[in-house]
Design a protein around this ligand. Structure first.
Ligand code: G6P
Length: 622
Protein backbone atom coordinates (compact mmCIF):
# COMPACT_ATOMS: atom_id res chain seq x y z
CA UNK A 1 0.00 0.00 0.00
CA UNK A 2 1.39 3.41 -0.84
CA UNK A 3 2.23 5.59 2.12
CA UNK A 4 0.31 8.87 2.26
CA UNK A 5 2.60 11.79 2.84
CA UNK A 6 0.77 14.77 4.17
CA UNK A 7 2.05 18.29 3.88
CA UNK A 8 1.10 21.49 5.60
CA UNK A 9 3.89 23.43 4.25
CA UNK A 10 5.02 26.86 3.13
CA UNK A 11 4.64 27.88 -0.50
CA UNK A 12 6.19 30.78 -2.45
CA UNK A 13 5.83 31.69 -6.11
CA UNK A 14 7.50 34.66 -7.79
CA UNK A 15 7.22 36.40 -11.17
CA UNK A 16 9.04 39.73 -11.47
CA UNK A 17 12.30 41.47 -12.20
CA UNK A 18 14.57 40.21 -9.41
CA UNK A 19 16.55 36.99 -9.15
CA UNK A 20 13.79 34.45 -8.44
CA UNK A 21 15.89 32.04 -6.35
CA UNK A 22 16.97 34.80 -4.01
CA UNK A 23 13.43 36.14 -3.51
CA UNK A 24 12.04 32.64 -3.04
CA UNK A 25 14.65 31.49 -0.52
CA UNK A 26 14.11 34.68 1.48
CA UNK A 27 10.35 34.01 1.42
CA UNK A 28 10.89 30.40 2.50
CA UNK A 29 12.94 31.62 5.45
CA UNK A 30 9.87 33.53 6.66
CA UNK A 31 7.64 30.52 6.08
CA UNK A 32 9.97 27.96 7.60
CA UNK A 33 7.91 27.99 10.79
CA UNK A 34 5.24 26.12 8.82
CA UNK A 35 7.46 23.09 8.44
CA UNK A 36 11.12 22.30 8.16
CA UNK A 37 11.37 18.68 7.05
CA UNK A 38 12.65 19.62 3.61
CA UNK A 39 12.88 22.58 1.25
CA UNK A 40 13.09 23.02 -2.49
CA UNK A 41 13.05 25.58 -5.26
CA UNK A 42 12.47 25.40 -9.01
CA UNK A 43 13.04 28.09 -11.63
CA UNK A 44 12.22 28.33 -15.31
CA UNK A 45 15.46 28.56 -17.24
CA UNK A 46 16.00 28.75 -21.00
CA UNK A 47 16.38 24.98 -21.25
CA UNK A 48 13.44 24.03 -19.04
CA UNK A 49 12.67 23.75 -15.35
CA UNK A 50 15.62 23.37 -13.00
CA UNK A 51 15.27 22.53 -9.35
CA UNK A 52 17.20 21.88 -6.13
CA UNK A 53 15.68 20.23 -3.10
CA UNK A 54 17.03 18.90 0.17
CA UNK A 55 15.75 17.08 3.23
CA UNK A 56 16.04 18.99 6.50
CA UNK A 57 16.01 22.67 7.23
CA UNK A 58 16.30 25.47 4.72
CA UNK A 59 20.02 25.78 5.52
CA UNK A 60 20.58 22.45 3.72
CA UNK A 61 18.93 23.79 0.59
CA UNK A 62 20.94 26.99 0.81
CA UNK A 63 24.12 24.93 1.00
CA UNK A 64 23.08 22.93 -2.05
CA UNK A 65 22.33 26.16 -3.92
CA UNK A 66 25.71 27.58 -2.97
CA UNK A 67 27.46 24.46 -4.27
CA UNK A 68 25.37 24.23 -7.40
CA UNK A 69 23.61 27.53 -8.13
CA UNK A 70 20.47 27.72 -10.21
CA UNK A 71 20.62 29.95 -13.29
CA UNK A 72 19.54 33.55 -12.69
CA UNK A 73 15.89 33.82 -13.73
CA UNK A 74 12.88 35.89 -12.78
CA UNK A 75 10.21 33.20 -12.36
CA UNK A 76 10.17 30.37 -9.86
CA UNK A 77 8.52 28.49 -7.01
CA UNK A 78 9.69 27.25 -3.61
CA UNK A 79 8.44 25.05 -0.81
CA UNK A 80 9.16 24.17 2.80
CA UNK A 81 7.56 20.96 4.02
CA UNK A 82 6.14 19.39 7.16
CA UNK A 83 5.47 15.65 6.84
CA UNK A 84 3.20 13.80 9.23
CA UNK A 85 4.72 10.39 8.63
CA UNK A 86 7.34 8.62 6.56
CA UNK A 87 10.91 9.67 6.22
CA UNK A 88 11.21 13.19 4.85
CA UNK A 89 13.96 12.84 2.25
CA UNK A 90 15.30 14.58 -0.86
CA UNK A 91 13.04 12.63 -3.22
CA UNK A 92 9.83 13.42 -1.36
CA UNK A 93 10.78 17.10 -1.08
CA UNK A 94 8.92 19.52 -3.36
CA UNK A 95 8.86 20.74 -6.14
CA UNK A 96 7.78 17.63 -8.02
CA UNK A 97 8.32 17.54 -11.77
CA UNK A 98 6.41 16.06 -14.67
CA UNK A 99 8.13 13.16 -16.47
CA UNK A 100 9.46 15.41 -19.24
CA UNK A 101 10.82 17.81 -16.61
CA UNK A 102 9.04 20.82 -18.16
CA UNK A 103 6.54 21.32 -15.36
CA UNK A 104 7.14 21.80 -11.61
CA UNK A 105 4.49 21.70 -8.90
CA UNK A 106 4.42 22.52 -5.18
CA UNK A 107 1.58 21.59 -2.89
CA UNK A 108 0.21 22.11 0.59
CA UNK A 109 -2.58 19.89 1.92
CA UNK A 110 -3.78 16.36 1.31
CA UNK A 111 -5.03 14.98 -1.98
CA UNK A 112 -7.44 12.43 -0.57
CA UNK A 113 -7.99 10.47 -3.79
CA UNK A 114 -4.29 10.36 -4.64
CA UNK A 115 -4.06 6.52 -4.50
CA UNK A 116 -6.82 6.14 -7.06
CA UNK A 117 -5.32 8.79 -9.35
CA UNK A 118 -1.89 7.34 -8.96
CA UNK A 119 -3.15 3.89 -10.05
CA UNK A 120 -4.86 5.45 -13.07
CA UNK A 121 -1.74 7.37 -14.06
CA UNK A 122 0.55 4.38 -13.44
CA UNK A 123 -1.58 2.13 -15.64
CA UNK A 124 -1.30 4.82 -18.32
CA UNK A 125 2.49 4.35 -18.11
CA UNK A 126 3.48 7.25 -15.82
CA UNK A 127 6.48 6.45 -13.59
CA UNK A 128 6.43 7.86 -10.07
CA UNK A 129 9.62 8.79 -8.29
CA UNK A 130 8.36 9.82 -4.86
CA UNK A 131 5.77 8.54 -2.40
CA UNK A 132 3.96 11.87 -2.15
CA UNK A 133 0.41 12.68 -3.10
CA UNK A 134 1.78 15.84 -4.72
CA UNK A 135 3.46 14.00 -7.55
CA UNK A 136 0.01 12.87 -8.71
CA UNK A 137 -0.92 16.52 -9.25
CA UNK A 138 2.26 17.14 -11.26
CA UNK A 139 1.61 14.22 -13.61
CA UNK A 140 -2.10 14.94 -13.88
CA UNK A 141 -1.35 18.53 -14.80
CA UNK A 142 1.10 17.34 -17.45
CA UNK A 143 -1.58 15.09 -18.97
CA UNK A 144 -4.11 17.94 -18.99
CA UNK A 145 -1.54 20.32 -20.43
CA UNK A 146 -0.94 17.97 -23.33
CA UNK A 147 -4.67 18.10 -24.08
CA UNK A 148 -5.31 21.81 -23.64
CA UNK A 149 -1.91 23.47 -24.13
CA UNK A 150 -2.99 26.16 -21.65
CA UNK A 151 -1.58 26.04 -18.12
CA UNK A 152 -4.58 27.79 -16.53
CA UNK A 153 -7.08 25.51 -18.19
CA UNK A 154 -4.97 22.46 -17.36
CA UNK A 155 -4.94 23.55 -13.71
CA UNK A 156 -8.73 24.00 -13.70
CA UNK A 157 -9.22 20.51 -15.11
CA UNK A 158 -6.72 19.04 -12.68
CA UNK A 159 -8.44 20.62 -9.69
CA UNK A 160 -11.79 19.24 -10.80
CA UNK A 161 -10.35 15.76 -10.35
CA UNK A 162 -8.77 16.29 -6.93
CA UNK A 163 -10.46 15.70 -3.60
CA UNK A 164 -9.26 16.95 -0.24
CA UNK A 165 -7.30 20.03 0.72
CA UNK A 166 -4.76 21.55 -1.56
CA UNK A 167 -2.91 24.65 -2.54
CA UNK A 168 -1.02 24.06 -5.76
CA UNK A 169 1.38 26.30 -7.61
CA UNK A 170 2.78 25.26 -10.98
CA UNK A 171 5.53 26.58 -13.24
CA UNK A 172 5.84 25.47 -16.86
CA UNK A 173 8.82 25.83 -19.18
CA UNK A 174 6.34 26.29 -22.04
CA UNK A 175 4.85 29.35 -20.38
CA UNK A 176 7.93 30.97 -18.88
CA UNK A 177 6.44 34.30 -17.72
CA UNK A 178 3.52 32.89 -15.79
CA UNK A 179 2.70 30.91 -12.66
CA UNK A 180 -0.62 29.26 -11.98
CA UNK A 181 -1.95 28.58 -8.50
CA UNK A 182 -5.11 27.02 -7.08
CA UNK A 183 -6.64 26.55 -3.68
CA UNK A 184 -9.23 24.44 -1.90
CA UNK A 185 -9.26 24.30 1.91
CA UNK A 186 -5.63 25.40 2.11
CA UNK A 187 -4.30 28.95 2.15
CA UNK A 188 -2.93 30.98 -0.77
CA UNK A 189 -2.48 34.75 -0.76
CA UNK A 190 -1.25 37.01 -3.54
CA UNK A 191 1.30 39.82 -3.21
CA UNK A 192 0.86 42.64 -5.75
CA UNK A 193 4.15 44.51 -6.20
CA UNK A 194 5.46 47.02 -8.73
CA UNK A 195 6.30 44.86 -11.73
CA UNK A 196 6.32 41.73 -9.59
CA UNK A 197 3.69 39.35 -8.28
CA UNK A 198 3.88 36.75 -5.52
CA UNK A 199 1.93 33.73 -4.41
CA UNK A 200 2.43 32.50 -0.86
CA UNK A 201 0.95 30.56 2.02
CA UNK A 202 0.90 33.75 4.03
CA UNK A 203 1.85 37.37 3.63
CA UNK A 204 5.05 37.15 5.67
CA UNK A 205 6.73 35.60 2.61
CA UNK A 206 6.44 38.82 0.60
CA UNK A 207 6.00 41.76 3.00
CA UNK A 208 9.61 42.76 2.42
CA UNK A 209 8.55 43.53 -1.19
CA UNK A 210 4.93 44.62 -1.04
CA UNK A 211 2.18 45.19 1.47
CA UNK A 212 -0.53 45.17 -1.12
CA UNK A 213 -2.15 41.75 -0.94
CA UNK A 214 -5.15 39.78 -2.11
CA UNK A 215 -6.84 36.79 -0.61
CA UNK A 216 -8.27 34.10 -2.81
CA UNK A 217 -11.65 32.51 -2.27
CA UNK A 218 -12.38 28.82 -2.04
CA UNK A 219 -11.96 26.73 -5.22
CA UNK A 220 -10.21 29.39 -7.26
CA UNK A 221 -7.45 29.25 -9.85
CA UNK A 222 -5.11 32.20 -10.27
CA UNK A 223 -2.73 33.00 -13.09
CA UNK A 224 -0.03 35.53 -12.28
CA UNK A 225 2.39 37.49 -14.44
CA UNK A 226 4.67 40.29 -13.34
CA UNK A 227 1.96 42.82 -14.17
CA UNK A 228 -1.14 41.29 -12.72
CA UNK A 229 -3.44 38.41 -11.97
CA UNK A 230 -6.43 36.64 -13.44
CA UNK A 231 -8.75 34.59 -11.29
CA UNK A 232 -11.29 31.93 -12.24
CA UNK A 233 -13.21 29.20 -10.47
CA UNK A 234 -12.36 25.54 -11.09
CA UNK A 235 -14.78 25.48 -14.04
CA UNK A 236 -13.10 28.45 -15.73
CA UNK A 237 -15.81 30.98 -14.85
CA UNK A 238 -14.68 34.48 -13.78
CA UNK A 239 -13.95 34.95 -10.07
CA UNK A 240 -12.59 37.66 -7.81
CA UNK A 241 -10.12 37.89 -4.95
CA UNK A 242 -10.34 40.38 -2.13
CA UNK A 243 -7.63 43.01 -1.90
CA UNK A 244 -6.19 44.21 1.42
CA UNK A 245 -3.22 46.12 2.79
CA UNK A 246 -0.89 44.28 5.15
CA UNK A 247 -0.36 46.28 8.32
CA UNK A 248 2.85 44.49 9.39
CA UNK A 249 6.14 45.75 8.13
CA UNK A 250 9.01 43.57 7.03
CA UNK A 251 11.17 44.31 10.03
CA UNK A 252 8.49 42.78 12.25
CA UNK A 253 9.37 39.39 10.81
CA UNK A 254 13.13 39.76 11.36
CA UNK A 255 14.95 38.89 14.55
CA UNK A 256 15.82 42.54 15.18
CA UNK A 257 18.98 41.93 17.18
CA UNK A 258 17.65 39.02 19.25
CA UNK A 259 19.25 35.57 19.05
CA UNK A 260 15.89 33.90 18.78
CA UNK A 261 12.51 34.81 17.38
CA UNK A 262 11.02 33.55 20.62
CA UNK A 263 13.08 36.02 22.68
CA UNK A 264 12.06 38.82 20.39
CA UNK A 265 8.43 37.83 20.55
CA UNK A 266 8.46 37.57 24.36
CA UNK A 267 9.94 41.07 24.48
CA UNK A 268 7.32 42.39 22.07
CA UNK A 269 4.43 41.44 24.34
CA UNK A 270 3.77 44.88 25.84
CA UNK A 271 3.50 46.30 22.32
CA UNK A 272 1.39 43.40 21.06
CA UNK A 273 -1.06 43.92 23.91
CA UNK A 274 -1.09 47.69 23.40
CA UNK A 275 -1.67 47.26 19.64
CA UNK A 276 -4.56 44.88 20.27
CA UNK A 277 -6.17 47.47 22.54
CA UNK A 278 -5.53 50.32 20.12
CA UNK A 279 -8.65 51.96 18.75
CA UNK A 280 -10.90 49.68 20.76
CA UNK A 281 -11.24 51.91 23.77
CA UNK A 282 -12.89 55.29 23.20
CA UNK A 283 -11.80 58.57 24.83
CA UNK A 284 -14.40 58.08 27.55
CA UNK A 285 -13.24 54.48 28.17
CA UNK A 286 -16.09 52.76 26.37
CA UNK A 287 -15.51 49.74 24.14
CA UNK A 288 -15.69 50.01 20.38
CA UNK A 289 -15.19 46.74 18.54
CA UNK A 290 -15.04 47.69 14.86
CA UNK A 291 -15.29 44.78 12.52
CA UNK A 292 -17.51 42.81 14.85
CA UNK A 293 -20.16 42.14 12.26
CA UNK A 294 -22.55 40.43 14.66
CA UNK A 295 -25.19 42.96 15.62
CA UNK A 296 -25.89 43.99 19.19
CA UNK A 297 -29.37 42.52 18.82
CA UNK A 298 -27.85 39.16 17.90
CA UNK A 299 -25.40 39.36 20.79
CA UNK A 300 -28.33 39.85 23.14
CA UNK A 301 -29.90 36.60 21.92
CA UNK A 302 -26.93 34.40 22.77
CA UNK A 303 -27.58 31.93 25.54
CA UNK A 304 -24.38 29.87 25.36
CA UNK A 305 -20.81 30.37 24.20
CA UNK A 306 -18.52 27.56 23.07
CA UNK A 307 -14.85 28.32 22.62
CA UNK A 308 -13.02 25.98 20.23
CA UNK A 309 -9.24 26.13 19.85
CA UNK A 310 -6.03 24.09 19.95
CA UNK A 311 -2.79 24.19 21.92
CA UNK A 312 -1.96 27.56 23.39
CA UNK A 313 -5.09 29.15 21.91
CA UNK A 314 -7.14 26.58 23.87
CA UNK A 315 -5.48 27.80 27.06
CA UNK A 316 -6.52 31.34 26.14
CA UNK A 317 -10.05 29.96 25.82
CA UNK A 318 -9.88 28.45 29.29
CA UNK A 319 -8.98 31.85 30.75
CA UNK A 320 -11.74 33.48 28.69
CA UNK A 321 -14.33 31.25 30.34
CA UNK A 322 -13.61 32.73 33.77
CA UNK A 323 -13.85 36.30 32.49
CA UNK A 324 -16.83 35.99 30.16
CA UNK A 325 -18.96 33.98 32.58
CA UNK A 326 -18.13 36.36 35.41
CA UNK A 327 -19.00 39.47 33.45
CA UNK A 328 -21.94 38.29 31.34
CA UNK A 329 -23.40 35.30 33.24
CA UNK A 330 -23.59 33.47 29.90
CA UNK A 331 -22.40 29.85 30.26
CA UNK A 332 -19.12 29.26 28.42
CA UNK A 333 -17.83 25.83 27.38
CA UNK A 334 -14.24 25.46 26.21
CA UNK A 335 -13.48 22.64 23.85
CA UNK A 336 -10.38 21.30 22.14
CA UNK A 337 -11.23 21.89 18.50
CA UNK A 338 -10.07 18.39 17.53
CA UNK A 339 -12.71 16.87 19.82
CA UNK A 340 -15.53 19.31 19.16
CA UNK A 341 -17.40 18.02 16.15
CA UNK A 342 -16.96 14.36 16.99
CA UNK A 343 -19.06 14.46 20.13
CA UNK A 344 -22.24 15.76 18.52
CA UNK A 345 -22.24 19.07 20.43
CA UNK A 346 -25.53 20.82 21.14
CA UNK A 347 -25.52 23.91 18.95
CA UNK A 348 -28.18 26.23 17.67
CA UNK A 349 -28.77 29.81 16.57
CA UNK A 350 -28.46 31.05 20.16
CA UNK A 351 -25.02 29.49 20.54
CA UNK A 352 -22.03 31.65 19.74
CA UNK A 353 -18.93 29.67 18.84
CA UNK A 354 -15.69 31.56 19.43
CA UNK A 355 -12.78 30.10 17.46
CA UNK A 356 -9.36 31.24 18.65
CA UNK A 357 -6.41 30.79 16.32
CA UNK A 358 -3.16 32.65 15.83
CA UNK A 359 -2.62 31.39 12.29
CA UNK A 360 -6.25 31.19 11.21
CA UNK A 361 -5.34 28.00 9.39
CA UNK A 362 -5.42 25.26 12.03
CA UNK A 363 -7.45 22.51 10.39
CA UNK A 364 -8.99 21.18 13.62
CA UNK A 365 -10.28 24.67 14.45
CA UNK A 366 -11.46 25.30 10.89
CA UNK A 367 -13.43 22.05 10.95
CA UNK A 368 -15.01 23.10 14.25
CA UNK A 369 -16.00 26.43 12.65
CA UNK A 370 -17.59 24.69 9.68
CA UNK A 371 -19.44 22.24 11.89
CA UNK A 372 -20.78 25.03 14.08
CA UNK A 373 -22.04 27.00 11.09
CA UNK A 374 -23.66 23.92 9.56
CA UNK A 375 -25.58 23.54 12.82
CA UNK A 376 -26.80 27.14 12.54
CA UNK A 377 -24.55 28.70 15.18
CA UNK A 378 -22.85 32.02 14.69
CA UNK A 379 -19.07 31.97 14.72
CA UNK A 380 -16.76 34.70 15.93
CA UNK A 381 -13.09 34.10 15.28
CA UNK A 382 -10.25 35.67 17.21
CA UNK A 383 -7.30 35.56 14.90
CA UNK A 384 -3.87 37.09 14.29
CA UNK A 385 -3.52 36.56 10.55
CA UNK A 386 -5.25 38.71 7.97
CA UNK A 387 -6.47 36.89 4.91
CA UNK A 388 -6.47 33.49 6.62
CA UNK A 389 -9.19 30.89 6.29
CA UNK A 390 -10.79 30.78 9.75
CA UNK A 391 -11.81 34.46 9.91
CA UNK A 392 -12.89 34.31 6.29
CA UNK A 393 -15.26 31.46 7.05
CA UNK A 394 -16.59 33.00 10.28
CA UNK A 395 -19.57 35.33 10.73
CA UNK A 396 -17.33 37.90 12.39
CA UNK A 397 -13.68 38.33 13.25
CA UNK A 398 -11.88 40.12 16.01
CA UNK A 399 -8.22 40.48 15.10
CA UNK A 400 -5.34 40.38 17.52
CA UNK A 401 -2.42 42.62 16.58
CA UNK A 402 0.56 40.63 17.76
CA UNK A 403 2.28 41.02 14.37
CA UNK A 404 3.96 38.03 12.78
CA UNK A 405 4.74 35.28 15.26
CA UNK A 406 7.52 33.16 13.83
CA UNK A 407 8.78 31.01 16.73
CA UNK A 408 6.75 27.82 16.79
CA UNK A 409 5.92 28.14 20.49
CA UNK A 410 3.28 30.82 20.85
CA UNK A 411 3.94 33.73 23.24
CA UNK A 412 2.79 37.18 22.17
CA UNK A 413 -0.17 35.75 20.29
CA UNK A 414 -1.34 34.09 23.52
CA UNK A 415 -1.29 37.35 25.45
CA UNK A 416 -3.20 39.14 22.72
CA UNK A 417 -5.75 36.31 22.64
CA UNK A 418 -6.28 36.88 26.36
CA UNK A 419 -6.84 40.58 25.68
CA UNK A 420 -9.16 40.02 22.72
CA UNK A 421 -11.36 37.53 24.58
CA UNK A 422 -11.58 39.95 27.50
CA UNK A 423 -12.45 42.85 25.23
CA UNK A 424 -15.16 40.72 23.74
CA UNK A 425 -16.44 39.63 27.17
CA UNK A 426 -16.61 43.25 28.31
CA UNK A 427 -18.31 44.31 25.10
CA UNK A 428 -20.90 41.58 25.54
CA UNK A 429 -21.52 42.75 29.08
CA UNK A 430 -21.81 46.34 27.82
CA UNK A 431 -24.30 45.39 25.09
CA UNK A 432 -26.38 43.15 27.35
CA UNK A 433 -26.49 45.73 30.11
CA UNK A 434 -24.65 43.60 32.68
CA UNK A 435 -22.42 46.54 33.47
CA UNK A 436 -22.78 50.12 34.48
CA UNK A 437 -20.70 52.59 32.52
CA UNK A 438 -18.25 53.20 35.32
CA UNK A 439 -17.64 49.46 35.76
CA UNK A 440 -16.66 49.22 32.09
CA UNK A 441 -14.46 52.27 32.49
CA UNK A 442 -12.68 50.66 35.44
CA UNK A 443 -12.05 47.38 33.63
CA UNK A 444 -10.98 49.09 30.45
CA UNK A 445 -8.46 51.24 32.26
CA UNK A 446 -7.14 48.10 34.04
CA UNK A 447 -6.63 46.48 30.62
CA UNK A 448 -5.00 49.64 29.31
CA UNK A 449 -2.42 49.46 32.11
CA UNK A 450 -1.37 45.90 31.22
CA UNK A 451 1.40 46.75 28.71
CA UNK A 452 3.22 48.60 31.52
CA UNK A 453 2.78 45.73 33.94
CA UNK A 454 4.10 43.22 31.40
CA UNK A 455 7.07 45.52 30.86
CA UNK A 456 7.77 45.42 34.58
CA UNK A 457 7.75 41.61 34.53
CA UNK A 458 10.15 41.53 31.58
CA UNK A 459 12.56 43.77 33.48
CA UNK A 460 12.95 41.25 36.29
CA UNK A 461 13.57 38.01 34.43
CA UNK A 462 17.27 37.44 35.21
CA UNK A 463 16.60 35.23 38.27
CA UNK A 464 14.11 33.18 36.24
CA UNK A 465 16.75 32.54 33.60
CA UNK A 466 19.25 31.51 36.24
CA UNK A 467 16.71 29.18 37.81
CA UNK A 468 15.96 27.61 34.42
CA UNK A 469 19.63 26.95 33.71
CA UNK A 470 19.97 25.29 37.11
CA UNK A 471 17.07 22.95 36.34
CA UNK A 472 18.19 21.85 32.92
CA UNK A 473 18.76 18.28 34.04
CA UNK A 474 15.50 17.89 35.93
CA UNK A 475 13.52 14.86 34.74
CA UNK A 476 10.14 16.43 35.22
CA UNK A 477 8.53 19.71 36.24
CA UNK A 478 4.99 20.13 37.58
CA UNK A 479 2.92 23.31 37.33
CA UNK A 480 0.07 24.10 39.70
CA UNK A 481 -2.56 26.81 39.63
CA UNK A 482 -6.07 27.58 40.71
CA UNK A 483 -8.81 29.60 39.03
CA UNK A 484 -7.19 31.50 36.10
CA UNK A 485 -3.85 30.24 37.36
CA UNK A 486 -4.81 26.74 36.24
CA UNK A 487 -4.75 27.48 32.46
CA UNK A 488 -1.50 29.36 33.10
CA UNK A 489 -0.08 26.17 34.68
CA UNK A 490 -1.18 24.22 31.60
CA UNK A 491 0.47 26.78 29.34
CA UNK A 492 3.71 26.71 31.37
CA UNK A 493 3.82 22.92 31.08
CA UNK A 494 3.06 23.00 27.36
CA UNK A 495 5.90 25.47 26.73
CA UNK A 496 8.34 23.20 28.55
CA UNK A 497 7.19 20.09 26.65
CA UNK A 498 7.39 21.87 23.30
CA UNK A 499 10.79 23.44 23.81
CA UNK A 500 12.73 21.38 26.36
CA UNK A 501 11.23 17.97 25.41
CA UNK A 502 10.78 17.43 29.11
CA UNK A 503 8.01 15.74 31.04
CA UNK A 504 5.83 18.54 32.36
CA UNK A 505 2.25 18.60 33.61
CA UNK A 506 -0.10 21.34 34.66
CA UNK A 507 -2.67 20.57 37.34
CA UNK A 508 -5.37 22.46 39.19
CA UNK A 509 -3.75 22.61 42.63
CA UNK A 510 -6.89 21.36 44.38
CA UNK A 511 -6.95 18.22 42.28
CA UNK A 512 -3.46 17.24 43.34
CA UNK A 513 -4.59 15.30 46.37
CA UNK A 514 -6.85 13.18 44.15
CA UNK A 515 -3.95 11.51 42.41
CA UNK A 516 -1.07 13.56 41.03
CA UNK A 517 0.40 14.15 44.50
CA UNK A 518 1.79 10.61 44.18
CA UNK A 519 4.25 12.08 41.64
CA UNK A 520 5.89 14.34 44.22
CA UNK A 521 9.30 13.10 45.28
CA UNK A 522 12.34 14.64 46.85
CA UNK A 523 13.63 17.59 44.83
CA UNK A 524 10.90 17.55 42.16
CA UNK A 525 10.55 21.11 40.85
CA UNK A 526 6.96 22.36 41.16
CA UNK A 527 6.04 25.78 39.82
CA UNK A 528 3.03 27.27 41.60
CA UNK A 529 1.03 30.15 40.18
CA UNK A 530 -0.35 31.92 43.25
CA UNK A 531 -3.66 33.74 43.25
CA UNK A 532 -3.59 37.26 44.61
CA UNK A 533 -3.67 37.45 48.40
CA UNK A 534 -6.21 40.24 48.05
CA UNK A 535 -9.81 39.88 46.90
CA UNK A 536 -10.02 36.16 46.40
CA UNK A 537 -8.08 35.41 49.52
CA UNK A 538 -9.89 32.08 50.05
CA UNK A 539 -8.16 30.81 46.95
CA UNK A 540 -4.87 32.14 48.22
CA UNK A 541 -5.29 30.28 51.50
CA UNK A 542 -6.18 27.06 49.70
CA UNK A 543 -3.15 27.39 47.50
CA UNK A 544 -0.94 27.90 50.55
CA UNK A 545 -2.30 24.60 51.91
CA UNK A 546 -1.43 22.91 48.61
CA UNK A 547 2.06 24.36 48.81
CA UNK A 548 2.46 22.97 52.30
CA UNK A 549 1.31 19.54 51.15
CA UNK A 550 3.93 19.32 48.43
CA UNK A 551 6.71 20.87 50.47
CA UNK A 552 6.08 18.25 53.15
CA UNK A 553 6.74 15.62 50.50
CA UNK A 554 10.03 17.09 49.35
CA UNK A 555 9.01 19.24 46.35
CA UNK A 556 11.31 22.09 45.31
CA UNK A 557 8.78 24.92 45.12
CA UNK A 558 9.06 27.84 42.74
CA UNK A 559 6.28 30.28 43.47
CA UNK A 560 5.01 32.98 41.15
CA UNK A 561 3.44 35.46 43.53
CA UNK A 562 2.12 39.00 43.55
CA UNK A 563 4.57 41.56 44.93
CA UNK A 564 4.19 41.92 48.68
CA UNK A 565 2.69 38.44 49.11
CA UNK A 566 4.46 37.59 52.37
CA UNK A 567 2.24 34.57 53.00
CA UNK A 568 4.12 32.38 50.51
CA UNK A 569 7.61 33.05 51.87
CA UNK A 570 7.77 30.11 54.32
CA UNK A 571 6.74 27.63 51.63
CA UNK A 572 8.76 28.78 48.64
CA UNK A 573 12.26 27.67 47.70
CA UNK A 574 12.23 30.38 45.06
CA UNK A 575 9.87 33.30 44.55
CA UNK A 576 9.23 35.07 41.28
CA UNK A 577 7.26 38.26 41.89
CA UNK A 578 4.86 39.86 39.46
CA UNK A 579 2.96 43.17 39.78
CA UNK A 580 -0.49 43.19 41.34
CA UNK A 581 -3.25 43.23 38.72
CA UNK A 582 -6.96 42.34 38.79
CA UNK A 583 -7.45 38.58 39.14
CA UNK A 584 -8.91 37.97 35.69
CA UNK A 585 -5.95 39.77 34.10
CA UNK A 586 -3.33 37.91 36.10
CA UNK A 587 -2.50 35.44 33.28
CA UNK A 588 -1.14 38.41 31.32
CA UNK A 589 1.66 38.77 33.85
CA UNK A 590 2.05 35.26 35.32
CA UNK A 591 2.51 33.55 31.94
CA UNK A 592 5.54 35.66 31.02
CA UNK A 593 8.02 34.11 33.52
CA UNK A 594 6.92 30.64 32.38
CA UNK A 595 7.70 31.52 28.75
CA UNK A 596 11.11 32.83 29.74
CA UNK A 597 11.74 29.77 31.91
CA UNK A 598 10.99 27.29 29.09
CA UNK A 599 12.96 29.29 26.52
CA UNK A 600 16.04 29.52 28.72
CA UNK A 601 15.92 25.90 29.87
CA UNK A 602 15.61 24.64 26.30
CA UNK A 603 18.49 26.90 25.24
CA UNK A 604 20.60 25.52 28.09
CA UNK A 605 19.84 22.02 26.79
CA UNK A 606 21.08 23.10 23.38
CA UNK A 607 17.72 22.78 21.62
CA UNK A 608 16.49 24.66 18.59
CA UNK A 609 14.00 26.88 20.41
CA UNK A 610 12.41 28.53 17.39
CA UNK A 611 11.91 25.26 15.56
CA UNK A 612 11.39 22.45 18.06
CA UNK A 613 11.49 18.89 16.81
CA UNK A 614 8.32 17.30 15.39
CA UNK A 615 6.29 20.50 15.61
CA UNK A 616 4.97 23.03 13.16
CA UNK A 617 3.44 26.36 13.88
CA UNK A 618 0.40 26.02 11.75
CA UNK A 619 -1.10 22.54 11.69
CA UNK A 620 -3.25 22.35 8.59
CA UNK A 621 -4.02 18.65 8.83
CA UNK A 622 -6.54 17.06 11.16
C1 G6P B 1 0.24 24.26 16.82
C2 G6P B 1 1.32 25.10 17.45
C3 G6P B 1 0.85 25.66 18.79
C4 G6P B 1 -0.46 26.42 18.61
C5 G6P B 1 -1.53 25.52 17.96
C6 G6P B 1 -2.76 26.31 17.57
O1 G6P B 1 0.07 23.07 17.53
O2 G6P B 1 2.50 24.35 17.62
O3 G6P B 1 1.82 26.55 19.30
O4 G6P B 1 -0.91 26.89 19.83
O5 G6P B 1 -1.01 24.95 16.76
O6 G6P B 1 -2.43 27.22 16.55
P1 G6P B 1 -3.32 28.42 16.08
O7 G6P B 1 -2.61 29.00 14.92
O8 G6P B 1 -4.66 27.84 15.70
O9 G6P B 1 -3.44 29.35 17.23
Amino acid sequence: MPVAYVDMCGIVGYVGGQDATEVIVEGLRRLEYRGYDSAGVAVIASDGVQSRKRAGKLANLEKALAESPLPETTVGIGHTRWATHGAPNDVNAHPHLSEDGRLAVIHNGIIENFAELRDQLSSGGVRFLSETDTEVAAHLLAVELRDSADLTEAMQRTCQQLRGAFTLVAASADDPDTLVGARRNSPLVVGLGEGETFLASDVSAFIAHTRSAMELGQDQVITITRDGVEITDFEGGPAKGEQFEVTWDASAAEKGGYDLFMLKEIAEQPKAVADTLLGRISEDNQLVLDGLTISDAELREIDKIVVAACGTAYHAGLVAKYAIEHWTRIPVEVELASEFRYRDPILNRQTLVVAISQSGETMDTLMAVRHAREQGSRVLSICNTQGSTIPRESDAALYTYAGPEIAVASTKAFLTQLVATQLFGMYLAQVRGNFFGDEIRGLVSDLASMPNKIDLVLDTMDPVRELARGLKDARSVLFLGRHVGYPVALEGALKLKELAYMHAEGFPAGELKHGPIALIEDGLPVICVMPSPKGRSVLHEKMISNLQEIRARGAFTIVIAEEGDEGVVPYANEIITVPAVPTLMQPLVTTVPLQVFACELATAKGHDVDQPRNLAKSVTVE
